[in-house]
Design a protein around this ligand. Sequence first.
Ligand code: CTP
Length: 412
Amino acid sequence: MTLSGKRILLIVGGGIAGYKALELIRVLRKRGASVRCILTKAAQEFVTPLSAASLSGDKAYTDLFSLTDEAEMGHIELSRDADLLVVAPATADLMAKMAHGFASDLASTALLATDKAVLIAPAMNVRMWEHPATKRNLAVLREDGVSVVGPDEGEMACGEFGFGRMAQPDAIADAAAALLSGGAASPAKPLAGCRALVTSGPTHEPIDPVRYIANRSSGKQGHAIARALAELGAEVTLVSGPVALADPPGVAVVKVETAAEMLAAVEARMPVDAAVFCAAVADWRVARAGDEKLKKTPGGPPSLGLVENPDILATIAKRTSGRPVLVVGFAAETEKVIEHAKAKLARKGCDWIVANDVSTPAGGTGVMGGDRNTVSIVTRDGVETWPILDKTAVAQRLAQRIAEQLKDRQWV
Ligand code: CTP
């Protein structure tokens, strides 16, 4: 996605992820944007103004009370002159300042003075990210219309593991491009503060180190739903099986292979407010996957003893504590679509089933891997059938429907 001709004011906070801000400058410029930087005092412990200036090809600003800088370009003008403000890394401190309207240094003043869109890429220790204070600040920022990309899950500089790593420069640039093209710029963020989880893609169940059982799910629908929920302001985690798709902007992505890993990743993110289970989870796995590659033997092919995988949707829908307010499942059906979906709704204990007609060629459109879907939303109160839509439109409509359903709830 291009950023051709766009002017970005990059505000670099003081964190170890600051080194990635330098790579971000390079990526943004490569996509055609001009970049001007502000470095907080703490940022300068990690990145020098000289390196930011060299890579951006512009002066790097650091001081609120600098006569020379003010004479060149006033601090208000600095933020107004940009098309978009990107804060990367957005530290817990910087997020707190933004949420409370502080203007105590050049970075926070520029952020308060701006009338342009703001995108933050949080980066901090996992405990700081999960602290109620940071969650509150994040909810306030989302309500104020600030867009968020990441953080990602992984090992941190401090040695701990979890969410808190800054999103990759490419993902930040994608999110910036989406915002500037209007993709996420909707003024209404009805899901701001809502925590959502989406599963997507297939799972791979190993037979031996080189072979696995899989299915044809592309992950397109699940990824589009994660993106659509994030665009409405939700804080989205996408737990995805192996797919050949880019991570949706503004979404924390957890990559897994097997159903067991998917269940563990989903449970680790509980509680959430809304959960959408779109993954085509393999129903079975091989009871005893080989440690070594299975060889052909004169005795004929091996028999694969299969055991049933845990049902992730049913496990979460039937939780007695910490159940999401709204649990949505998918059902791919070739006949008696509504009847089967209703039975699945009852059996799995979820609130809605998005029933997908995958019959071909008689009207079915939702063939795995395709781009269009014919869906019906089956709830305990009835059935809504939607026209044939592409997967992005299905995702946007479903996200809107979720926002409508949850509109009276308060998120913190
Ligand atoms: N699902 C899950 N974990 C599983 C199996 C399915 O979370 N182990 C979820 C899917 O993500 C989807 C729904 O359950 O939301 C689909 O249910 P499933 O029984 O697999 O539906 P079908 O594949 O349509 O199965 P059936 O053979 O019963 O028609």
